[in-house]
Ligand binder design. Structure first.
Ligand SMILES: [Zn+2]
Length: 249
């Protein structure tokens, strides 16, 4: 059976900016990748749209942002589902968390990517990360939901916060993925989000910065220029200790 990756994104573009390179690499490996966009980012992350069209409507903005996110997902080769939960502020109540539980049990992802759970600069992101971990802890309980497939817990990795400010958000990566071979394609996907033109430079710089950190840890095993950084939620379970897969030489 093929392997699955689930990516839960607060707004329309977050999944692409923070994990687009990693998603591309997993698609190359044959994973089926499904993105859940809880909102379109219509109120909080559509600055260029509102600047160009100050008299537009929220619905028109949602339609525009949905088209951008769909185009980016199509370009990358991932599936995307939109939930239209409304942003800034995004609220995740019990019913919305249940939507996530059902989705996790139905799709049975091997890997889940989502937002870090402490992000005072962008509480929608924090709310999403916390809702996903709550949903996953429920998905791990036998009998949490009736008439669902067997309970289980996938591996969860949190992606970047809004701005790398660990003094405030305590995001300390423990996992780096080399995205040097897919950075151009990732940034082309990010360019689909025309209402946020600043993202291209922002996330090129972010990938360079994380690449520099990853390269420093590599110590000559591999020259890494661009990377995406993650932090694990659950511990690694295996028969052997996890080894870095970058080759020596
Ligand atoms: Zn966002």
């Amino acid at each position: 059976m093929g392997k699955n990756m689930l990516v839960v994104s607060a707004h329309g573009a977050d999944w692409c900016t923070r994990s687009g390179g990693t998603i591309l690499k997993y698609i190359e490996k044959g994973y089926r990748v499904k993105i859940l966009a809880l909102t379109f980012g219509e109120r909080g992350e559509s600055g260029a749209y509102w600047k160009a069209k100050p008299n537009s409507t929220v619905q028109a903005c949602k339609d525009c942002r949905k088209g951008e996110a769909q185009a980016a997902a199509d370009f990358i080769g991932a599936e995307i589902e939109f939930y239209d939960f409304d942003d800034y502020p995004l609220q995740m109540d019990v019913e919305r968390i249940r939507v996530l539980i059902y989705k996790i049990l139905e799709f049975r992802p091997d890997i889940v990517l989502t937002h870090w759970i402490d992000d005072p600069m962008n509480v929608d992101h924090e709310v999403t990360g916390k809702a996903v971990t709550r949903a996953i802890s429920c998905a791990g309980m036998l009998g949490a939901l009736p008439n669902t497939p067997n309970h289980f817990i996938p591996d969860v990795f949190f992606f970047e916060t809004t701005i790398p400010l660990p003094e405030f958000n305590h995001f300390i990566p423990d996992t780096y993925i080399d995205i040097g071979n897919v950075i151009d394609k990732k940034l082309e996907a990010v360019a689909c989000f025309k209402a946020q033109p600043q993202l291209i430079n922002m996330y090129r710089n972010c990938a360079l910065n994380r690449g520099q950190q990853a390269n420093d840890w590599s110590r000559g095993r591999r020259s890494i220029e661009y990377a995406e950084a993650f932090k694990r939620w659950n511990p690694y379970l295996g028969d052997m200790l996890p080894e870095s897969t970058i080759s020596i030489g």
